[in-house]
Design a protein around this ligand. Structure first.
Ligand code: FEO
Ligand code: CA
Ligand code: CA
Ligand code: CA
Length: 642
């Protein structure tokens, strides 16, 4: 069953007006210790002393032959490229001694699912092993479940076992992958790194909200140990080699009853949840356990190279329907974490750490050396002004309206109620902020605003400078550049592009795209040579409407900064979302996630229904469509995109 998040994305009734870095040379060193794209680090490290905007020539240009808009139930990449499915839903991740085979009739148990790839893959990152480009660990998110596909008989005879299986299909996967001599990639199984983090994995709570009364429950009277993570959407990677994951639309998992508290209402909780977990797992009954929802909506941090490590909820970064979290580094090596919440009329945040990133001591990994770095710092929310400038407003208890008299007893309450705090300080209400990318060449910070069809609707905020279209079905990419370093208070901003076909007859759906057209940007990331990549998430319910006719299936495009044109690189199978973008350090392998192929409202996700949309990637006669990680490389072994 496809979940309807439209209500969740619209819980801001406030009346606010609508109106890095990566260029730290130390990053190269940290990355060499195991965290990311060496090409990217070299490029970034090489431009640390150059004034912003003066060296666009340092950026590579995409040079593949763009492909046509996607149609049908297949994945397409440009001529000269190959794509290979390596890790679909249900594959055993490779936990030693526990590798139950996937059954295409979905008859695997909840215990099986707890050691198999989760459902609906989303953000992912490649962590090279010893700096290698041919072997490493992939960490990824599993955003949500389609219970019509997850269980052999769908949602019929709903049971405790089905709830347990759904919970086990959520969370994160860590898998080891390796490249063979012929260029193909496989999961390494068994692997000592193989791990699933599910709704029942213990998390520590870090930062100011740890132990706060609003975080305490009957099962956890100390408010410092939470079971599980959910609705993990996009991800980021820290310079110290850990994985950050955003807990996005957590509100949709709780039954909050008829008499919603003002707090629950503001966070989009509803009387009943479409997931139906509360029927068999009482902690999702927010009437009985009103603080349980406060324990979700955080950025979580995981050390993927240490299978024994306890993942941590980082409360200093604020509570939100976090899409993900992306790290820049100031010149004095403090970590700056950008994060938006993918919800209509919600906000964009920035966290600046108090301390500098620490070097690893003897016998210590960079992850261990920086275990508490994200627990201390200042959270800000963005205000975009009509004159093309903006500012970061600090969310500090005691400053401005953030006082006990206004319902914020202390800093922890400001963080737990970050939405209410942002309402109070008059931050800008955005069109669903999704991924963020930090330009290694020009220091812009880019954010996809995927769409907001409610903008300008009766009783809703109208367009503003940053979110300029009413009934915004297409989305836009906004970017800002801070005065001085990444911790500056003021910034300049503009739009990289308004998505949508420039030839569209409807003004509000008409875009400014040059080159290949797209709608609803979601994933955004810089790859090898500083090339920008964009991925799309046009919902299945809207895909067939007229204004999207020329756009086709969801896709991935490269942006040629020199010509200002978008080039279509990949199109996914029918009704999938294209998400997750991770490059190996040599830039020659790209990992992408194909999420929810064939997603459809209601009954067509039933695999026995002949009208279901997708059989990708197995196309087995009684099989089900499966979200999957796909590896992409050039036949000649060259750098992706060039
Ligand atoms: Fe889960 Fe915001 O896409
Ligand atoms: Ca997303
Ligand atoms: Ca989606
Ligand atoms: Ca999305």
């Amino acid at each position: 069953m496809a979940k309807d998040f439209s209500e969740l994305e619209d819980s801001n009734r406030s009346r606010n007006p609508d109106i890095h870095q990566v260029s730290d040379p130390s990053r190269r060193r940290v990355l060499a210790a195991g965290a990311g794209s060496a090409l990217f680090a070299q490029l970034a490290g090489g431009c640390v002393s150059m004034p912003a905007g003066s060296h666009a020539a340092a950026r590579g240009r995409p040079s593949f032959t763009p492909i046509a808009p996607g149609v049908g139930d297949r994945l397409v990449v440009p001529e000269g490229y190959v794509a290979q499915v390596i890790a679909p839903w249900g594959e055993p991740v490779g936990v030693p001694g526990r590798m139950p085979a996937f059954r295409s009739d979905a008859s695997n148990s909840a215990d099986d699912q707890a050691v198999q790839m989760g459902m609906h893959h989303d953000g992912l990152h490649f962590f090279p092993m010893d700096g290698r480009a041919d072997r490493g660990v992939l960490a990824m998110n599993h955003e949500y479940t389609d219970d019509g596909l997850l269980h052999a008989d769908g949602m019929a005879r709903w049971s405790a076992e089905k709830v347990r299986k759904a919970q086990a299909a959520h969370g994160l996967s860590v898998i080891e992958v390796a490249r063979a001599a012929d260029g193909s990639w496989q999961m390494v199984r068994p692997s000592r790194f193989a791990r699933r983090v599910t709704m029942n994995t213990p998390f520590a709570v870090g930062g100011p909200a740890a132990g706060h009364p609003m975080m305490r429950t009957a099962a956890d009277p100390d408010g410092r140990r939470v079971l599980g993570t959910l609705n993990n959407c996009a991800s980021g990677m820290t310079p110290w080699g850990t994985y950050l994951s955003g807990e996005e639309n957590f509100a949709g998992y709780f039954d909050a009853g008829r008499a919603l508290s003002e707090h629950h209402r503001r966070w989009g909780l509803r009387e009943k949840s479409g997931y139906r977990w509360a029927e068999f797992d009482e902690r999702f009954d927010a009437v009985k356990h009103p603080n349980e929802p406060n324990r979700f909506g955080w950025v979580v941090e995981l050390d993927p190279m240490d299978p024994e490590s306890v993942p941590i909820k980082r409360t200093a970064l604020g509570r939100a329907a976090h899409e993900g979290a992306w790290v820049a580094v100031t010149r004095d090596r403090r970590a700056v974490v950008y994060s938006g919440e993918d919800a209509r009329f919600e906000y964009l945040y920035r966290f600046v750490s108090r301390d500098a990133i620490r070097e690893a001591g003897a016998g210590q990994t960079p992850a261990q050396a920086n275990r508490d770095l994200l627990d201390h710092g200042t959270l800000y929310v963005a205000q975009f002004d009509a004159d093309g400038t903006g500012r970061w407003i600090p969310l500090l208890h005691g400053s401005g309206p953030l006082t006990a008299a206004n319902g914020f007893a202390d800093q922890a309450e400001v963080l737990i109620k970050a939405r209410q705090a942002s309402d109070a300080v008059g931050a800008t209400r955005m069109d669903r902020p999704e991924w963020i990318a930090i330009d290694p060449v020009e220091r812009w910070v880019l954010c996809t605003l995927t769409n907001n069809s409610a903008r300008g609707a009766p009783g809703q905020p109208g367009p503003d400078a940053a979110n300029p279209r009413a009934r915004n079905v297409m989305g836009q990419i906004i970017r800002w550049r801070e005065a001085g370093d990444f911790d500056g208070e003021r910034f300049e901003w503009n739009h990289l592009v308004l998505a949508g076909d420039p030839a569209n007859e409807r003004a509000e759906a008409r875009g400014t795209i040059r080159g290949d057209v797209f709608a609803c940007p979601d994933g955004i990331a810089f790859g090898p040579m500083g090339i920008l990549w964009v991925q799309t998430d046009l919902s299945a319910t809207e895909m067939n409407r007229g204004e999207f006719a020329r756009i086709g299936n969801n896709q991935m495009l490269a942006f040629d900064a020199q010509s200002g044109r978008f080039l279509r690189f990949l199109t996914g199978p029918v009704n999938c979302e294209v998400t997750g973008a991770a490059f190996t350090p040599d830039g020659r392998t790209l990992f992408v996630n194909i999420q929810h192929p064939g997603e459809s409202p209601g009954e067509r996700s039933d695999p026995t229904n002949p009208q279901r949309f997708s059989g990708w990637p197995d196309f087995a006669s009684h099989g089900r469509p499966r979200s999957a990680t796909v590896m992409i490389r050039k036949r000649d072994g060259g750098v992706i995109g060039t």
